[in-house]
Design a binder for this molecule. Structure first.
Ligand code: ADP
Ligand code: NA
Length: 332
């Protein structure tokens, strides 16, 4: 039996968005102290699969760490660290590069989306990214991984890698990790285009709410968010085929810690001109304390770095023996 252990991470490829918060960080906080060991990572090795300016990368790494802490990740309850400071991730990823099959990787839809039409010019790291992600998780024998819906396929690949490793070497060594994809906002969409997910790497800043946006900016982005001309329905099924409308209601429900039907019982029949200010008010109330604390922490980079350094030591204490066992099993 494996120790109940949670691992998850966020890429420092820009600032945190409301999608990262509702799809990931909020769940990370909730899973603390629920009978799991919780391990949260800033995954900088993943960020550099596409070009990152070095100074911007250093800043984003601290900003993601600040976002974790400001949202309620407690370094006394969770291990919080930066991926590149624990070499075991890259070392185990090499083993997994030799376990994963080309055909599996070619099926990854996120690679196809991110590489776009010019896949020949994508980095080898972007292609191999899911094997590194499997290493991030399995270096800790993590049993549960809270993520947004976009990571579902990568979690399946992690299970495929664990299964093949266990089978090839005839040993039940790596767990079959469970994804935890829960809540009203597991896939927050762009505010400008209901067919695209909200992302920190989208070119348009109006497409997302950043965790560091001030109250006026948040209100302005929600006011200008695309919707349709119809009033809000009184039940969730009335949001089918209305992706932009559904997205705003999902965000409201997740921020209010309730479900979509409960929200629609209250606001059904109203126009978006009335609902948007309600959403803006709720978003500001929930996000302002976090962004205030993030701003304070960003003025204290030494405090952040000390937390990450300590977390890296704790992380290595778990992952180094697992890597050694893996080498042993492989015959190294
Ligand atoms: P991004 O796409 O913003 O760069 P990452 O790839 O770093 O985000 O993902 C970090 C975590 O945030 C993952 O668990 C991912 O599933 C979650 N996440 C990212 N975008 C969204 C979104 N729009 N809705 C819900 N969860 C999301
Ligand atoms: Na991104």
């Amino acid at each position: 039996a494996f120790t109940p252990r949670v691992f998850s991470g966020i890429k420092p490829s820009g600032g945190l968005t409301l999608g990262n918060y509702l799809g990931a960080i909020k769940r990370f906080v909730e899973m603390q102290g629920q009978g799991f060991e919780t391990i949260y990572c800033v995954v900088d090795l993943h960020a550099i699969t596409v070009w990152q300016d070095p100074d911007a990368l250093r800043r984003s790494t601290r900003e993601i760490a600040a976002g974790y802490i400001a949202s309620g990740i407690d370094p006394h309850k969770s291990i919080l660290f930066n991926q590149s400071q624990v070499a075991e991730h890259a070392q185990l990823a090499w083993i997994f590069n030799c376990v994963a099959r080309m055909g599996w990787m070619k099926r990854m839809t996120q690679f196809k989306d991110k590489a776009g039409k010019n896949a020949e010019n994508a980095s080898l790291g972007l292609f191999g990214y899911p094997a590194l992600m499997a290493a991030d998780i399995l270096a800790y024998h993590a049993t549960h991984v809270p993520v947004g819906e976009d990571q579902k396929q990568h979690l399946e690949l992690t299970r495929d890698i664990a299964t093949k490793f266990n089978h090839d070497f005839g040993i039940d060594f790596f767990p079959l990790t469970e994804p935890v994809i829960e809540g009203a906002a597991t896939r927050v969409m762009s505010l400008r285009d209901g067919s695209k997910k909200m992302s920190k790497s989208d070119a348009s800043d109006m497409s997302r709410i950043n965790m560091t946006d001030d109250a006026d900016t948040i209100a302005g982005k929600i006011r200008k968010a695309r919707t349709d001309p119809d009033a809000l329905p009184s039940e969730a099924k009335g949001l089918e085929d209305r992706p932009e409308a559904r997205n705003l209601v999902n965000i409201y429900a997740a921020l209010a810690d309730t479900d979509v039907d409960a929200v629609l019982r209250d606001v059904g029949g109203r126009q978006f001109s009335e609902f948007k200010p309600m959403l803006a008010e709720l978003a500001v109330a929930k996000l302002a304390p976090i962004s205030t604390e993030m701003a304070r922490l960003m003025q204290a980079p030494d405090e952040i770095d000390a937390i990450l350094r300590h977390g890296a030591e704790q992380a290595r204490a778990i992952s180094a023996p697992i890597l050694q066992r893996t080498y042993d099993i492989v015959g190294m």
